[in-house]
Design a protein. Structure first.
Length: 176
């Protein structure tokens, strides 16, 4: 399933990952190194890893005998070596509890678990609802009347000129 890049980045920035065994956390993609992803710490190194590996290698597999180093292909320049050292240091500072599972914390929910409801509430937080919206949409009128009133309140009614410009009406003036 393809996910919009901006939506993925927004989701990733909100989720906090606590690494246990590392079997559920992706080594190259997730933000597991003190809330940073490998791409944030070492972009040149990340660019030299195959996309299939990025989407499959878990932290558990990557840290087993340093297999993550074998994922890097091609020549690494001087700046790449510096980033590699920085990444290696950051990874060595991670304290994992191998007896526990990985945990993902979602700050939009009081219990830290992800739900569609908590996401929707977070998305709409701070949005102002029009005071007349409930009156319009809960009325007994037929749908096309509700839509007309909704557009009229927002000053968005399409005039005959605008409809003609968009090819929705043949004549630019009303015909009686």
């Amino acid at each position: 399933m393809a996910v919009d890049r901006e939506a993925r980045e927004g989701f990733d920035s909100m989720v906090h990952i606590f690494v246990g065994r590392g079997s559920k956390v992706l080594f190259w993609r997730d933000r597991w190194i003190h809330d940073f992803a490998v791409k944030d710490i070492a972009p040149l190194i990340h660019a030299q890893v195959d996309t299939r590996t990025i989407n499959r290698r878990t932290v558990e597999e990557g840290l087993l005998e340093g297999r993550w180093l074998l994922d890097i292909s091609g020549d690494v320049n001087f700046v790449g070596h510096l980033q590699l050292l920085h990444l290696n240091l950051a990874i060595s500072m991670i304290n994992r509890d191998l007896a526990s599972d990985d945990r993902f914390s979602w700050p939009a929910d009081p219990f830290g678990s992800y739900t569609a409801k908590s996401t929707y509430i977070r998305l709409c937080q701070g949005a102002e609802r029009a005071p007349y919206a409930t009156c319009i949409w809960r009325s007994w009128a037929i749908l096309k009347c509700k839509i007309f009133v909704w557009l009229a309140v927002q000053h968005q009614i399409w005039t005959s000129d605008k409809r003609a410009r968009h090819g929705l009406q043949n004549a630019s003036s009303p015909s009686f």
